[in-house]
Write a protein that binds this ligand. Sequence first.
Ligand SMILES: Nc1ncnc2c1ncn2[C@@H]1O[C@H](COP(=O)(O)OP(=O)(O)OP(=O)(O)O)[C@@H](O)[C@H]1O
Length: 238
Amino acid sequence: MLKITNFSKSYKSDKKAVDGLNLEVKSGDIFGFIGHNGAGKTTTIRAIAGVLDFEEGEITVDGVSIRKDPVTCKKKMAYIPDNPDLYEHLTGIGYLNFIGDIYEVKKFDRETLIEKYSDAFELTSNLGDTISSYSHGMKQKLAIIAALIHRPMLLILDEPFVGLDPKAAFTLKSIMSEMCKNGSAIFFSTHVLEVAEKLCNKIAIIKGGKLISVGTTAEVKGNHSLEDVFLELIDVQN
Ligand SMILES: Nc1ncnc2c1ncn2[C@@H]1O[C@H](COP(=O)(O)OP(=O)(O)OP(=O)(O)O)[C@@H](O)[C@H]1O
């Protein structure tokens, strides 16, 4: 579903933020992307989402190059950044309908999914309010609902659990599991290693722009906790 081949990105000419990254996320995978601050997670995620240009390597979504045909790729996926930038003057429902129009989601599907996910995130009674009146967590919930209403084959999330209350985090985890059971693929970054360990069937650890471990969660952590493995790998490679 998502294939990253020899992807590198430099912001300044002297140092690569991401260096020669190879990764494949298959249908049904919940793939956790972990690494220290500045490791290259957001850079990778933004390149996958088609919002960051890059010179080296190839990224394909369902076989389509994000560089050559970004529109086709974007129709197949949804991207939720760590700090979603929403149209503050719109109401919640106005925003969801705006996104529904862009992705040409049919009326019945749209109404059904908006109801389903707004109820799940307890946002239904706030949908008539303007987004500028929402808290940070409410904005995040709205961005998640907007991402889900066009049933993406690939969901890309940058630090999705930051700012969500425990119930909303539980709801999101349940939705992620349900999506992958239905054949979608999910790739997300997180610093919450307990969540990654429980939720993901695959894990990649990035350090200084390079992958230092990748595989099934069982392969990456062996008989240890993911936290122990992560801390040891980060230290050993210093
Ligand atoms: N717009 C930019 N201009 C210059 N350098 C950048 C820019 N964005 C990121 N970088 C650099 O690229 C490297 C990787 O940053 P990135 O944001 O991808 O890390 P991250 O793993 O997402 O970190 P965090 O966990 O703190 O969010 C860092 O050295 C960072 O300073």
